[in-house]
Design a protein. Sequence first.
Length: 277
Amino acid sequence: MERTAAQSVSPPATAGDQEGAGPKKRIPDTKPASNEAGAPIAAGGLRGVGLHKRYAAGGQALEVLRDIDLELAPGEMVAVVGESGCGKSTLLHILSTLDRPTEGAVYFAASCLSRLGSDELAEFRNREIGFVWQMPHLLPEFTLLENVMLPRLIAGEAERAAAGAARARLEEVGLERRAGHRAGELSGGEQQRGALARALVMQPRLLMADEPTGNLDEATAERVFSLLLDLHRRHGLTTLLVTHNLQFARRCDRVWRLHQGKLERLDTAFPGPSRAS
Ligand SMILES: Nc1ncnc2c1ncn2[C@@H]1O[C@H](COP(=O)(O)OP(=O)(O)OP(=O)(O)O)[C@@H](O)[C@H]1O
Ligand SMILES: [Mg+2]
């Protein structure tokens, strides 16, 4: 495959490095001053401190996030719900370093991500975060296998090793027999399972999913969500799920509602266990 095509992939590729690409490279040490981020954050945990986001739109200030503090513990899956336009995607973009807060900072383990430059952040995302969006964003003219290999090729891995890792992820999402098919020939649900395989091919520690089932029919959405939950657990990921589906949200460890720029815990609003059974 041409590297130029591989490098054109969008959205950003994901992280990790345990299947043949040598030792995992970690983000630079940007430890905050002792009390800046509060108590220590466990490896794999993510924290946002004092997050504000303001936009200037049409001459008017729009305050989307107002002084939000939050933490995702390692291995935790948190759902964010809220009405359209309340700022869920904005929050996900800030926590995943795709956007910067107007005020506040994001920490991953001991590192203050808000202090990193754009190249370091791109590398951080590449290594540590898997992304899944409402649309799969697979390259239709490339095979499914090639699509899933892309993050590893972009990271400089040899084609054979990248293919091995991609096949392993495709097996996990039940698409190993479709590896040679063009992505454009697959159904919407299959493409979204392929997007999940691509998100995890680098073995990231964080998974960011923005309405990953929003474009699917009910039965397919259930299948994709169950797969996402299963992969979250199997890979010990720390996962943020933005969703409008309250049934899926209640199967996560915790649920936050974003309302008027603030996060409220919704767990108690749902009857039954907070963890999926
Ligand atoms: N670059 C921008 N410039 C100005 N306003 C913006 C920008 N990006 C987002 N907004 C505004 O911020 C608010 C929050 O947008 P956001 O996309 O985060 O909402 P959301 O909760 O994800 O909505 P949905 O459920 O429809 O996806 C909206 O009012 C939106 O118009
Ligand atoms: Mg959104």
